[in-house]
Design a protein around this ligand. Structure first.
Ligand code: CP
Ligand code: NVA
Length: 323
């Protein structure tokens, strides 16, 4: 649909963290307010009558729970849809599914194997589509992670250095781009063969430059960890990469976040992981169960972040938000 001025209109989708380019700082502030309100037992129900469809092609603990609970706590309703139980699993097309769901719901979260399916759903939906993870990005995770870092660093990212150790996967791509948007100095240690596409690295560098920050990819975990304020890791074998398990375990053998790597970072540095973790592979029990981590805060913050995201995309336009 187009306005008289020829400008395209339509639902606002969240397929990449870049779709939040102008909103991230406000979104983090709003998530913080929603977190404080929940802790104080003050839940408002601005979403009465709103419903969210949640299509998950892959398993999920955090994303599914946090979106469903976020809708409930906002006064709305969420419906979990597994392709195996839908006609989608029997060959009904994504465009047809999008058109039907758009008649019932106010938004769709979609965890997909393929980013192109995510784009196809968005193209045919007249309601917002939210990427709940695909093979390219995991934007909602990174909103929760930035909220966690903002809490730890008292709201300021300036001069902070975040190091990522491991696979150049969906989480890394959203984190790389999200860090650049927030002006956070970012360095990732990734084996040469597992780097994200060159255009993503270039985009992150350009955005970081505009924000007077840095964005680097190196090979050595020790080099990345040196002087870092936080060390982030994710699984070596993502959902969908299972056939490469043996070669990946070999390629990432030196990329474990353990006490020794944390010792190379700044004295107050801590570990991050989006979870689920494979203890003993990308991260040790000692780090997961110790004090130098913010992993459980990250997991909790998924809930507060989802609420802020849902408000932004499905809620009343800015300025008419119910408090
Ligand atoms: N971090 C994350 O997205 O976890 P789930 O796969 O459990 O949703
Ligand atoms: N990179 C992981 C993230 C899981 C939340 C995967 O895609 O399986």
């Amino acid at each position: 649909m187009r306005t008289k001025s020829g400008k395209a209109t339509g639902p606002r989708h969240l397929l990449s963290i870049l779709d939040l380019q102008d909103d991230l700082p406000d979104l983090l502030k709003r998530a913080s307010v929603l977190k404080a309100q929940r802790r104080a037992g003050r839940l408002t129900k601005p979403f009465a009558g709103k419903a969210l469809a949640m299509i998950f092609e892959k398993p999920s603990t955090r994303t599914r729970s946090s979106f469903e609970l976020a809708m409930t706590e906002l006064g709305g309703h969420a419906v979990y849809l597994s392709p195996g139980d839908m006609q989608l699993g029997r060959g009904e097309t994504i465009p047809d599914t999008a058109r039907v769901l758009s008649r019932y719901y106010h938004g769709i979260t979609y965890r997909a194997f393929r980013h192109q399916d995510e784009e196809s759903l968005a193209r045919w939906s007249s309601i917002p589509v939210i990427n709940a993870l695909d093979d390219r990005e995991h934007p909602c995770q990174i909103v929760a992670d930035l909220l966690t870092l903002s809490e730890r660093w008292k709201g300021s990212f300036r001069g902070r250095r975040l190091a990522y150790i491991g696979d150049g996967n969906n989480v890394l791509v959203s984190l790389l781009l999200g860090s650049a948007l927030m002006g956070l100095d970012f360095v990732a240690a990734i084996p040469e063969d597992y780097r994200p596409p060159a255009e993503v690295i270039g985009k992150a560098r350009a955005l970081a430059g505009e924000a007077h920050a840095t964005s680097e990819i190196v090979v050595s975990p020790q080099e990345a960890a040196k002087g870092a304020d936080a060390l982030y890791t994710d699984v070596w074998v993502s959902m969908g990469d299972e056939s490469e398990e043996a070669e990946r375990k070999e390629a990432f053998a030196g990329y474990q976040v353990d006490r020794a790597l944390l010792e190379r970072a700044k004295p107050g540095a801590f570990a991050l992981h989006d979870l689920p973790a494979h203890r003993g592979l990308e991260i040790t029990d000692e780090v997961m169960d110790g004090d130098r981590q913010a992993i459980w805060d990250q997991a909790e913050n998924r809930l507060h972040a989802q609420k802020a995201i849902l408000e932004l995309l499905l809620g009343p336009p800015k300025g008419r938000r119910s408090r």
